[in-house]
Design a protein. Structure first.
Length: 627
C-alpha cells in the first residue's frame, strides 16, 4: 500500500462518514420530531419500548442519537428511568440495520438482478434523483428526501472507495500482524471500544470493519471481539451527554453502559468457554461484510432477550452507582421551576424538530403561569389576601425565568437547520414569550392596585363595580381566546381576537369617561379614580398583548405582512366578518345605560371599530342582573 492508496482510503473514510451524517440529518428533518415525540408516549410496555427503540434507531441510523434523546427525556422528566431501559436495548438492535445495508457492497455475482442490488449499481440512480429533488423542487420535504438519497449514495461510494483502498493492505505483513494480535479477545475488545469512542458511532466503526474485510486478512477471531468493543464504545456519547444532567439522566446513560458491558461480558465468557472445549472452526476463516452484520445482529438481539427480563436490576444498579442527595435547601418553587425548565434540554438541539416541540411545551407552561398570575390578581380586587398576592409575585418571577431561558434556548435552536414549519413555530415563540411576560407584569400592577385599595379601606361604587365586572369578563374572554389560539394554532379563532380587543378599548374609554362624570358629581373620590384608572389601563394593555399574540400567529403563518396595514384593512367597513364579530362583542359586553351616557353618545363619535353604539335600551332585568 503506497501513499496514494492511503490518501484514497482517507478520502473514502471521509465520504463514508459525511454520507452517514447527511443521511441521518435528512432522516431527522423528514421525521420532523415526530419519531421523538412517539418515544415520549409509547414506552409503558417493555417489549413495545424495545421495538420502538429499534424502529426509531433504524430510521435515524444512529443508536447514539436515540440514546442521547432518551437521556434528554429522562433529564426533562418526560420519561421515567424504567421506561428508558427498553428503548436503550432496542436502540442497540436498530443500529444493526446499517451493517446489513453496508453488507450489500459485498455481493459478488454475474447475475443481473444480484448486480442491481449492489450499492455501486443503484447508488448513482439514487444520487441523480436526490440531486434533482434538491435543485428543482421547492417543497422542503422533497428536498429533505433528496438529501437522504444523496447522503446514502455518498455513504456507499465512500464505503466502496475505502474498501478498494485497503485491499493492498493484505500484502502488508505489519497490518496482518496487528490484526492477528486483535484476535486476542481483550485486545480486540479494547480496539473496538477505542475506535467507536473516537468516532462516536458504532454504525460507522462497523462499516470500517466491513471495509477492512475486503483485505481478506480479517478473520472472525479478530472481528468478534472488535464488534463486542464497538458496542461498549458507543456508550461514550451518552455518557458525555449526561454530564451536568440530573441524577436520573446520569442513570439512563449508565443503564446503556451496564447493558452493553454485562451483555459483552456474558457473551464473551460463554462464547470463549465453549470454544475451549468445542473449538469453533469458523474463527480462523476470513470474515466478510455479511458475516459482520450477522455477528453484530445476533449479539445485540441475544443480549436484549437475555437482559430484558432483568431491566429492573439494571435500573437498581444505576441507582446504586448514582447516590441521591438531599435538596432540602431548595424551595418548592425553585424545584418546581427547574423541573419545568428541564424540557429545554441542550441534548435536543441536535434534533431541531424535537427542540422546537420542547420549546413550545415550555412556552405553554409559561403562558399558563402568566394567565394564572393575571386571574389571581383580578380575584384580589374582590377580596385582598396576602397569600394570594405573594403567589402572584412568585408566578411573575417564574414567568421572567421562563422568558430568559426560553429566549436563550430559541436563539441556539435558530442556528440549526430547521424545517419550514419549525421555523414558523420558532418565530411565533420568539414573538409571543415577550407578550406573556408583559401580561404577568400587568398582573402585578393589578395586584398592587388591589393592595392599595385594601390598605386604604376603599371600595368602588356600585356602578363602577358593575362596569369593572363587565370589563373583567371581556378581558378573561380575550385572554382565554388568544391563549387557545397560541396552543392550538387556530387561525380562524385568531381572527376573533381583534374585534374583542376593539370592544375592550371602547370599554376602557367609556368607563374612564363615566368615572369623570361621577367624580364631577362627587360620587367618587380622586384616590379611587387613580386606582380605577390604573386597573383599566392594565386591562387594556393586557388586551393589546393578546392582540399581538393572535396577529403574530396570522402574520407568521401567512409568511409575513405589514401589521398596521393588516389591522387597518380588517377594521374597515368592507370586512364583513370583523364587523359581525364587533357587533357580537358589543352586545355581549354592553355597559349599563345611563341618561348621561345616552346624551353623550348622541354627541360623540362611535368607538374605534367605526360602529356608533346608539339606541341602546336597558331593561330592569338587565340592570338587576348587573347589580
Amino acid at each position: 500500500m503506497d501513499f496514494f492508496d492511503f490518501l484514497a482510503m482517507i478520502g473514502g473514510l471521509a465520504l463514508f462518514l459525511f454520507g452517514m451524517h447527511i443521511m441521518g440529518e435528512g432522516l431527522s428533518k423528514v421525521s420532523g420530531g415526530r419519531l421523538e415525540r412517539i418515544l415520549e408516549r409509547m414506552t409503558d410496555n417493555p417489549i413495545k419500548a424495545v421495538l420502538l427503540g429499534a424502529g426509531v434507531t433504524a430510521v435515524i441510523q444512529s443508536s447514539s442519537a436515540t440514546t442521547v434523546m432518551v437521556v434528554g427525556f429522562v433529564n426533562s422528566g418526560i420519561m421515567q428511568l424504567r421506561q428508558a431501559v427498553g428503548i436503550i436495548m432496542g436502540a442497540n438492535i436498530g443500529t444493526t440495520v446499517t451493517s446489513w445495508i453496508l453488507s450489500l457492497s459485498g455481493l459478488e455475482s454475474d447475475n443481473f438482478i444480484i448486480r442491481l442490488l449492489k450499492p455501486t449499481s443503484f447508488s448513482p440512480v439514487l444520487a441523480l434523483i436526490g440531486v434533482v429533488l434538491i435543485l428543482f423542487c421547492k417543497k422542503e420535504k422533497k428536498q429533505d428526501i433528496g438529501l437522504i438519497l444523496v447522503g446514502f449514495a455518498v455513504l456507499m461510494y465512500g464505503m466502496d472507495a475505502m474498501s478498494s483502498a485497503v485491499k493492498p493492505l493484505a500484502d502488508v505483513p505489519a497490518f496482518t500482524g496487528i490484526l492477528t494480535k486483535f484476535s486476542q479477545p481483550v485486545l480486540g475488545l479494547l480496539a473496538g471500544t477505542v475506535l467507536t469512542a473516537v468516532i462516536q458511532s458504532s454504525s460507522a466503526s462497523v462499516g470500517i470493519l466491513q471495509a477492512l474485510c475486503k483485505t481478506g486478512a480479517v478473520t472472525y477471531a479478530t472481528a468478534i471481539p472488535i464488534i463486542m468493543g464497538q458496542n461498549i464504545g458507543t456508550c461514550v456519547t451518552a455518557m458525555i451527554s449526561s454530564i451536568g444532567a440530573t441524577k436520573n439522566a446520569k442513570k439512563a446513560a449508565l443503564v446503556h453502559l451496564y447493558f452493553n458491558l454485562i451483555g459483552t461480558i456474558l457473551f464473551m465468557v460463554v462464547f470463549y468457554s465453549i470454544n475451549v472445549f468445542v473449538p469453533f472452526a469458523f474463527l480462523d476463516t476470513g470474515a466478510n461484510a455479511a458475516g459482520i452484520a450477522v455477528v453484530h445482529s445476533v449479539f445485540n438481539v441475544a443480549a436484549t432477550i437475555v437482559l430484558l427480563p432483568f431491566g429492573s436490576l439494571l435500573e437498581k444498579l444505576a441507582n446504586l452507582t448514582v447516590s441521591e442527595h438531599s435538596r432540602a435547601d431548595e424551595s418548592d418553587e425553585d424545584r418546581n421551576l427547574q423541573e419545568h425548565l428541564t424540557v429545554l434540554d441542550s441534548r435536543f438541539l441536535d434534533t431541531p424538530g424535537l427542540a422546537i416541540s420542547q420549546s413550545k411545551a415550555a412556552a405553554l407552561q409559561m403562558a399558563g403561569k402568566a394567565k394564572e398570575a393575571l386571574f389571581e390578581a383580578i380575584s384580589l380586587l374582590h377580596g385582598y389576601d396576602e397569600k394570594k398576592a405573594q403567589n402572584v409575585l412568585q408566578l411573575e418571577d417564574m414567568v421572567d425565568h421562563y422568558e430568559d431561558e426560553l429566549g436563550s434556548y430559541l436563539v441556539k435552536v435558530s442556528s440549526r437547520d430547521l424545517a419550514e414549519k419549525d421555523s414558523h413555530t420558532l418565530s411565533i415563540l420568539l414573538h409571543c414569550i415577550g407578550d406573556f411576560e408583559r401580561i404577568s407584569d400587568h398582573a402585578v400592577n393589578i395586584m398592587e392596585s388591589a393592595k392599595e385599595m385594601y390598605q386604604k379601606e376603599q371600595t368602588f361604587s356600585n356602578k363602577a363595580s358593575v362596569e369593572l365586572e363587565i370589563f373583567t369578563e371581556a378581558l378573561k374572554d380575550i385572554v382565554n381566546t388568544s391563549f387557545r389560539v397560541f396552543e392550538d394554532e387556530d387561525l380562524k379563532l385568531a381572527t376573533r381576537v381583534e374585534p374583542l380587543e376593539e370592544q375592550i378599548d371602547y370599554l376602557q374609554k367609556e368607563i374612564k369617561r363615566r368615572h369623570v362624570k361621577r367624580l364631577r358629581k362627587g360620587k367618587c373620590t380622586i384616590e379611587m379614580g387613580f386606582i380605577l384608572s390604573d386597573i383599566i389601563t392594565s386591562y387594556e394593555r393586557v388586551a393589546d398583548h393578546c392582540s399581538n399574540i393572535a396577529v403574530c400567529m396570522l402574520q407568521v403563518t401567512y409568511d409575513g405582512f405589514d401589521t398596521h396595514e393588516y389591522l387597518n384593512r380588517i377594521k374597515g367597513s368592507d370586512d364583513a366578518f370583523f364587523a359581525a364579530c364587533s357587533r357580537e362583542y358589543q352586545q355581549k359586553y354592553m355597559l349599563p345605560e345611563t341618561k348621561d351616557s345616552q346624551r353623550e353618545e348622541e354627541k360623540e363619535p362611535g368607538s374605534k371599530s367605526g360602529d356608533k353604539i346608539k339606541n341602546k335600551k336597558r331593561s330592569k332585568e338587565t340592570e338587576a342582573k348587573h347589580k
